[in-house]
Design a protein around this ligand. Structure first.
Ligand code: HEC
Length: 86
C-alpha cells in the first residue's frame, strides 16, 4: 500500500464520518470545502499536532503511528483536489 492509499483509507474509514468523503457530489464538495479551509488556516505541522491533541468534539488520534498521521495529512493537503496555498 502506498502512503497515498493509506491516507485515503484512513480518511475514508475514520475521518469521513465527520468530515465527508468523495462518494457522491454533495459529500465530495464537503470534503473539498473542508480541505480548503484546513489549508487556508493551518499548516501541516499544525494538523499533525491537532491529530495528536484533539480539540473540542474533534477526537485525538494519538494512537495512530507517525506514518499514518502523515499519510492522512498528505491526503488532505495533496489528494483532495482542493486549491489553496500549500
Ligand atoms: C467524531 C467526529 C470527528 C472525527 C472522526 C474526526 N474529526 Fe476532525 N474535527 C471534528 C470537529 C467537531 C472539529 C472542529 C473542532 C473544534 O471545535 O475546533 C474538527 C476539526 C478538524 C480539523 C481542524 C479544522 C480547522 O479548520 O481548524 C482538522 C484538520 C481535522 N478535524 C482533521 C481530521 C482528520 C484528519 C480526521 C481523521 C484522522 C478527523 N478530523 C476525524 C470532528 C471529527
Amino acid at each position: 500500500m502506498t502512503p497515498d492509499e493509506l491516507g485515503r483509507m484512513i480518511y475514508g474509514t475514520v475521518c469521513s464520518a465527520c468530515h465527508g468523503f468523495e462518494e457522491g457530489e454533495q459529500s465530495r464538495r464537503a470534503l473539498v470545502h473542508f480541505a480548503e479551509t484546513v489549508k487556508e488556516r493551518l499548516t501541516r505541522p499544525q494538523v499533525l499536532e491537532l491529530l495528536e491533541t484533539g480539540r473540542n468534539q474533534m477526537p485525538s488520534f494519538a494512537p495512530f503511528s507517525t506514518m499514518e498521521k502523515r499519510a492522512v495529512v498528505a491526503f488532505l493537503f495533496d489528494e483532495t483536489g482542493a486549491t489553496g496555498s500549500p
